[in-house]
Design a protein around this ligand. Structure first.
Ligand code: URA
Length: 244
């Protein structure tokens, strides 16, 4: 049995979890779509534990917050702005975007980058996983347009590489050369276009970039464009940042 959640007014609850606006909640209640502990809800101002509420007969979706892992395909951007083209948000349930706050990506991947992208409505998780202080490891599979020199390994590991237009060196990064033009790179920070800029600083253009891991999260069998929910209760260390 899950621990109770703080009670919310039903109009807040329905809009917080993305079902309808606060204004529309009265109609939802009148239509009998919402029950509390099995009884039809009466007033939008009544408070209830989200775990005791059913909407259209189903429990409230992800009452403790959404955390999902998306296999980002190439060709979509990590932006809410539709002018920037197809977006990763088009691949997610519309109700997640109506939640308040809506879901967002944990950091961003470039349009042509594929792989692990975390999606959440828990701001504390975004802060934790994008903070340079936290040093969450990320692994990238990289293909470049020129043969890789072994000297790149100690260079990236040294923590002395300064990228163009920056003055702070990149933190040490682990490079494993897998083939003449393929490598695996582990970073603990996430600067703008960091992988591409690190290789560009050494005269190589990245032609394919895939993130195979973010912290403890890997794709498993997820196909490009598919997502799966991660139970927030089950992830070690997450409890400390939930409900702050
Ligand atoms: N580094 C990049 O250059 N691009 C990405 O999408 C992620 C990391």
């Amino acid at each position: 049995m899950s621990a109770a959640l703080p009670p919310l007014r039903l109009d807040h609850l329905l809009s917080h979890y993305g079902y309808c606006s606060r204004r529309e909640s009265r109609d939802w209640l009148r239509a009998g779509r919402v029950t509390v502990n099995g009884a039809p809800a009466k007033s939008p101002s009544d408070k209830a534990d989200p775990l005791a509420v059913l909407v259209d007969g189903a429990p409230v979706e992800c009452p403790r917050g959404i955390l999902a892992l998306l296999h980002k395909p190439a060709g979509c951007v990590c932006s809410h702005d539709s002018r920037e083209g197809p977006s990763v948000y088009d691949l997610l349930p519309a109700q997640w975007l109506r939640r308040n706050p809506p879901v967002t990506t944990v950091g961003r991947l470039d349009k042509d980058t594929t792989g692990v992208l975390l999606i959440t409505d828990l701001g504390a998780l975004v802060q934790r996983w994008t903070s340079p202080k936290h040093k969450e490891p990320k692994i990238y599979e990289v293909t470049v347009d020129a043969d890789l020199r072994p000297e790149l390994i100690p260079l990236f590991a040294a923590g002395t590489l300064v990228l163009e237009d920056e003055d702070k060196p990149c933190l040490p990064a682990k490079l494993e050369i897998l083939g003449p033009r393929t490598a695996r790179l582990e970073l603990v920070e996430g600067r703008y276009h960091q992988v591409k800029r690190m290789f560009a600083s050494q005269g190589c253009t990245v032609t394919r970039l895939h993130r195979s891991r973010f912290g403890e999260f890997e794709l498993g069998g997820l196909a490009p464009g598919q997502w799966r929910l991660v139970p927030v209760e089950g992830v070690p260390h997450l409890e400390s940042v939930l409900h702050q």
